[in-house]
Design a protein around this ligand. Structure first.
Ligand code: AMP
Length: 358
């Protein structure tokens, strides 16, 4: 086993949102310091960290400063510029590896990678023109979801086609003229996700699958246990482990799946970071996904992922945050707010987990 990061070492985190905040809190509990690279001053992560470098994610001087002060660098979002991660990796360990960013930033590369290692996905076609779209819709019987290949999240940058037979002229321009992908429409029964981790020594660990419900394209609830068979749960974990191994990954990953009526699985998305659908772990497991990630990147033993309670995690979006006092009056409820000053519509302000009896 590699030597663990010494106490009081500094972990650099690229990205200043709530995931970075919760990583910083977990790092502090394990005796580490954190520095956040984030252009927005007083970001949620910086409020819980030792220091913030206020600069763009691809600012060379800021990256060099981050590399200088950090013993290891990690990130909390998948759109970290790959060149930035590679620049850092030349002088400091970067976990997860920059290749995980490359794969997950482009839906076409992601699905090609997944299929290449034997993890099935929805059928897909690259779409760069209206003619491509026409041909792809033809192949999928007029049904499909057109998505931007890059920079899509929470259902943004998507258009649904159902039984489409007409003209598609102008569709690619209407999506911004950027590279697109058409995915066949998956008649899924439910959506689940696996939060898994791989240590520096290659050891693997996974939390139980969560069953996820989205509202307006944003995660609404994650419920444990998911209503899936042990075979489906095992297959999801196996797929996540294959992904971790193939990427020579270190850290926590989130993998989202569609569950088909026969219990089969199609992977939808991989997130090379801690994930919203793993927030329940802070309340229902001895070791949260945030601590698991810090343990992995610091070369510490991975924690036991077993769950001591059933639970439901719910996101607080926009004005939902004002439910906090009422929620705090409930027993067996763990609340987590993100320190964001303004409760804008659609903005993730916090979440809570209700622990249920088993
Ligand atoms: P995504 O941005 O790819 O995570 O998609 C957001 C949500 O849209 C997913 O969680 C699904 O509920 C739905 N969705 C995405 N892709 C498909 C698909 N190929 N078939 C059916 N539903 C989908």
């Amino acid at each position: 086993m590699t030597k663990p990061l010494p106490l009081n070492s500094t972990i650099g985190i690229i990205g200043g949102g709530q995931l970075g905040r919760m990583l910083a809190m977990a790092a502090a509990r394990l005796g580490y310091r954190t520095v956040i690279l984030e252009p927005q001053a007083d970001c949620p992560a910086a409020q819980a960290a030792n220091r913030q470098i206020v600069a763009a994610y691809d600012d060379p001087a800021a990256l060099d400063e981050l590399a200088k002060v950090s013993a290891v660098v990690t990130y909390e979002f998948e759109n970290v510029p790959v060149v930035a991660a590679e620049r850092l990796a030349a002088s400091v360990p970067v976990h997860p590896p920059p290749r995980a960013l490359k794969v997950s930033q482009d839906r076409l590369a992601e699905k090609t990678f997944l299929n290449g290692i034997g993890v099935p996905t929805a059928d897909f076609r690259a779409v760069d023109s209206d003619a491509d779209l026409h041909a792809a819709l033809d192949a999928f019987g007029g049904n499909g979801i057109l998505k931007t290949r890059r920079l899509g999240y929470d259902g943004k940058g998507q258009r649904v086609f159902r039984s489409h037979t007409g003209d598609v002229t102008g569709s690619v321009a209407a999506m911004g003229g950027v590279p697109l992908i058409l995915e066949s429409f998956v008649p899924f029964e439910r959506e689940i996700s696996i939060i898994a981790a791989r240590g520096i020594d290659g050891g693997l660990s996974a939390f139980d699958p969560a069953e996820n419900v989205h509202r307006d394209g944003i995660l609404h609830t994650s419920t444990l246990p998911a209503s899936v068979s042990p075979t489906t749960a095992k297959a999801a974990t196996g797929a996540a482990f294959s992904i971790l191994g193939a990427l020579d990954y270190v850290g926590v990953i989130g993998v989202e799946f569609f569950v088909l009526p026969d219990g089969g699985l199609l992977a939808n998305e991989i997130a090379p970071r801690v994930h919203n659908s793993g927030h329940w772990t802070e309340a229902a497991c001895a070791v949260s996904q945030f601590e698991q990630h810090i343990r992995a990147v610091a070369g510490l033993p991975l924690g036991d992922p077993r769950r001591h309670s059933d639970c439901v995690m719910e996101n607080l979006i926009g004005d939902d945050v004002f439910r906090a006092p009422a929620l705090l009056a409930e027993a067996d409820l763990v609340l987590h707010l993100y320190g964001k000053a303004e409760a804008r519509p659609g903005r993730k302000m916090g979440h809570f987990t209700r622990l249920l009896r088993r």
